[in-house]
Write a protein that binds this ligand. Structure first.
Ligand code: GLU
Length: 299
């Protein structure tokens, strides 16, 4: 039995860059410095953007850096598999059935344009809040299927509070933050929120360390944990790695992509770059994982 179980859950939609390595390394160190188990889960929910060759490349890059996983991956070592989300539909189906039983789900036929048309002009930070257009006055129970419709989950107009290990206390009102959210799309695709909760819970994950672009998603996830009867993990959201212009790294920043980095640097140098960005070492230098574990423990 492991007391600490962490995971790295990349979407195989391209080659990794320093930002992905930074998150993977911090998650690995957090788990390994406490003798825990590290899982690799491939988040290939989106069939249009996910490719097996990218998943293989992710594994190859992680191994090359020495970031070995104890469980998971394409071959699925371990007893909580499969570890590819595209093979876990039956588990999401079971969770959806439970959510329907709560009486909080309803079908929604709004298009993106319909939803955008309901947004007030001041909501300009890019966030789209669903205003409940399709929410019935009285929730029919049991849930009545509407073919081709998305399935939304009703959220309460109340605050959810949690403490993030890095960002501290967070308070989110889901009704104001996102409104009732989709758990299954009209085309049958599963929502990230539902899949990630089912997977982390069933894989026994005790800590979720990932980029802080997902900080507020944690509130949606905590709500799902509660409805599904699971215990939420500890959350730790780390800042995203930015390029020189201060913009979050993307596939376009070629000089920080693993393709370029591997051609020009040793694994230890790349680990050093990521560790320096995480302020674990004062300047970027080649460093081994063993050394980093010691540095991490003292940080
Ligand atoms: N699959 C997500 C990504 O690659 C990460 C999700 C998570 O860590 O919860 O951005």
């Amino acid at each position: 039995m492991f007391n600490t179980v962490g995971r790295f859950a990349p979407s195989p939609s391209g080659r990794m860059h320093l930002g992905n390595i930074y998150t993977a390394l911090l998650s690995w160190l957090s788990v390994k410095s406490r003798g825990g188990k590290w899982i690799l889960r491939i988040e290939d929910l989106d069939p249009q953007r996910s490719k097996m060759e990218y998943a293989r490349q992710i594994e190859d890059d992680l191994r090359w850096l020495g970031l070995e996983w104890d469980e998971g991956g394409i071959d699925g070592k371990g007893s909580n598999g499969p570890y590819l989300q595209s093979q876990r539909h039956h588990l999401y189906e079971e969770a959806l059935a439970k959510l329907k039983d709560t009486g909080l789900c309803y079908p929604c036929t709004c298009t993106r344009a319909d939803i955008l048309a309901t947004q007030a002009p001041h909501e300009s930070d890019g966030r789209v809040v669903y205003k409940g257009t399709c929410r019935p006055e009285k929730m029919p129970s049991p849930y009545i299927d509407k073919p081709g419709a998305a399935i939304r989950l009703m959220v309460p107009d109340e605050e959810i509070t949690f403490t993030d290990r890095i960002k501290g206390m967070q308070t989110v009102n889901l009704a104001r933050h996102c409104g009732d959210f989709i758990v299954r799309r009209g085309d049958g695709a599963w929502s990230y929120q539902l899949a990630v909760v089912v997977d982390d819970a069933l894989m026994g994950v005790t800590e979720v360390l990932r980029g802080d672009d997902l900080l507020l998603s944690a509130a949606q996830q905590i709500y799902l944990y509660k409805l599904l009867g699971f215990t939420p993990p500890e959350f730790a959201h780390v800042p995203l790695v930015c390029n020189e212009a201060g913009i979050r790294l993307s596939k376009r920043d070629k000089s920080l992509s693993m393709e370029y980095l591997r051609a020009h640097h040793s694994p230890e140098e790349i680990l050093g770059m990521a560790a320096h960005r995480a302020a674990l070492i004062p300047s970027s230098r080649a460093i081994t994982l063993q050394e980093l574990i010691e540095v991490y423990k003292e940080s």
